[in-house]
Design a binder for this molecule. Structure first.
Ligand SMILES: C[S@@+](CC[C@H](N)C(=O)[O-])C[C@H]1O[C@@H](n2cnc3c(N)ncnc32)[C@H](O)[C@@H]1O
Length: 288
């Protein structure tokens, strides 16, 4: 079911040509693989499989809860689509699990990285360039969709979630991570906007780009120090509303950064104490 009220977007994404500009800005920005600066800080300067393995180990250690939110162990023989590939750690885990892997990304760099990993490990599947707003796959093509930190960059989170729904078989599942619009960082950097978001009627949600570049930069910045061109933050209730076409939607908050006084806490402690209430990311488990 498509709700026409919810199709309306404000600002730049309100026409096809504006969406094309967003897509172009995204494919330029994300061509620098998300995780590049992290890789450099780990001393990784090449893309040998040994270096990628080191990167992946760090990534899965830093986000240990990915193992609970993404059912890798049930993927063998399943058709799994990943949306938004970055450095390819999750692509590698999905492909290694025996799934028939498909990857989709708006930028060339992440697609090349995922395909290189698949070729090197003789896994099944391929990644292609394209947008989740208009995905190049037929209806009900997949058993599972994984989208970690990608749909909120498209310029149209509502439309992206409807496309995930279209792509899933009946009874299929998805793990979608979207930035939490009422996390501690939102309360600190933008308390009035966060209060309005918390109090607002989720049914009135319209997709929008965060206008404050400083806020976008606090989440994703490239080597030149610019923030991602598009970032949309959603509160729990808003995300549940956007996912209303799914039969099931369970949302869990995770992830605490290391800014300000948080740097005095160990990451596991901070994530355990505050993650479920004020975490930066919302993990949404969906069933069609
Ligand atoms: C923050 S990165 C996340 C990458 C990876 N999932 C991770 O967690 O490290 C966002 C990814 O979403 C991709 N992306 C942005 N807009 C997209 C769109 N419309 N369709 C598909 N992918 C998109 C970007 O190119 C980028 O690779």
């Amino acid at each position: 079911m498509v709700n026409t009220e919810n199709k309306k977007t404000i600002g730049p994404a309100s026409s096809a040509s504006a969406q094309k500009q967003i897509d172009q800005a995204n494919s330029a920005f994300w061509n620098e693989l998300c995780g590049t600066q992290l890789a450099q800080s780990l001393g990784i300067t090449d893309d040998s499989m040994e270096s990628l393995r080191r990167f992946d180990e760090w990534y899965m250690d830093f986000y240990p809860y990915l193992e609970t939110h993404i059912p890798f162990q049930s993927f063998s023989g399943q058709k799994v689509l990943e949306v938004g590939l970055g450095y390819g750690t999750v692509a590698q885990r999905i492909a290694d699990s025996g799934a028939i892997y498909s990857g989709l990304d708006i930028a060339a760099g992440p697609v090349a990285m995922a395909n290189r990993r698949i070729a090197e490990t003789n896994a099944k599947g391929t990644a292609v360039r394209g947008s989740i707003l208009d995905a190049p796959f037929p209806d009900a093509a997949f058993d599972y969709v994984v989208a970690i930190g990608s749909l909120h960059h498209t310029g149209a989170l509502d439309r992206a979630l409807r496309e995930v729904h279209r792509l899933l078989k009946s009874g299929g599942g998805a793990t979608v991570m979207v930035y939490n619009g009422t996390s501690y960082r939102q309360w600190v950097l933008s308390p009035f906007k966060t209060l309005r978001r918390k109090m607002s009627d989720p049914a009135r949600y319209v997709s929008h780009n965060e206008t404050d570049e400083r806020m976008r930069r606090a989440y994703d910045a490239n080597a030149a120090g610019s923030g991602a061109p598009q970032t949309e933050f959603a509160a729990r209730a808003e995300l549940a509303y956007l996912a209303r076409d799914f039969a099931r939607c369970d949302i869990t908050a995770e992830n605490i950064g290391a800014e300000s006084i948080l740097k005095y806490l160990s990451r596991p402690t901070a994530c355990r104490l505050f993650g479920p209430y004020l975490g930066l990311d919302l993990y949404c488990k969906l069933v069609k």
